[in-house]
Design a protein around this ligand. Structure first.
Ligand code: DQA
Length: 144
């Protein structure tokens, strides 16, 4: 069973972002943590990151066509990309929105998510653990 984990802009540079908000793992360490979490479970994690809105939309189209479940941290696109929200709305399998930080506890512009309304659920504020919680929730949803 494949799960697509998509990461939006600036998440590839976690090592130089504010660790008090985003935790102290680099992006590649985050990827390793997630791969290690599913090792031996038969789950195939396809983990991608892009700073490019069009590329992310293309990946969401692919996931919609292949009915692949998606765990998605849209990063700043969360708050204003209606195009990504529309692409996410076309997904057929569950979509879990994740954030490392808790956007609701931050600046007001981060309080709006244009993804939440089309997500099965959202997990925020637990640092890298947000992704692990999302994986566990996805396993339950997919009865894995
Ligand atoms: C983020 C929260 C967003 O507001 C921010 O723009 C990010 C990361 C998070 O994971 O906490 O880049 O999605």
């Amino acid at each position: 069973m494949k799960i697509l984990i998509l990461n939006g802009p600036n998440l590839g540079r976690l090592d130089i972002r504010d660790s008090s908000l985003y935790g102290d793992l680099s992006y590649s360490q985050l990827v390793e943590l997630l791969q290690a979490h599913v090792a031996g479970s038969g789950l195939d994690l396809d983990i991608r990151q892009s700073d490019d809105e069009a590329q992310i939309i293309g990946w969401l189209h692919e996931a919609a066509d292949s009915k692949t479940p998606v765990i998605f941290n849209p990063a700043a696109f969360t708050h204003y990309s209606y195009a990504i929200g529309d692409a996410a709305a076309m997904l057929k399998a569950p979509l879990i929105e994740v954030h490392l930080s808790n956007p609701k506890a931050r600046e007001e512009f981060r309080h709006l998510s244009v993804i939440s309304s089309v997500a099965t659920g959202s997990i925020s504020g637990f640092g890298p653990q947000s992704y692990i919680l999302a994986l566990e929730a996805m396993k339950k949803l997919m009865k894995i």
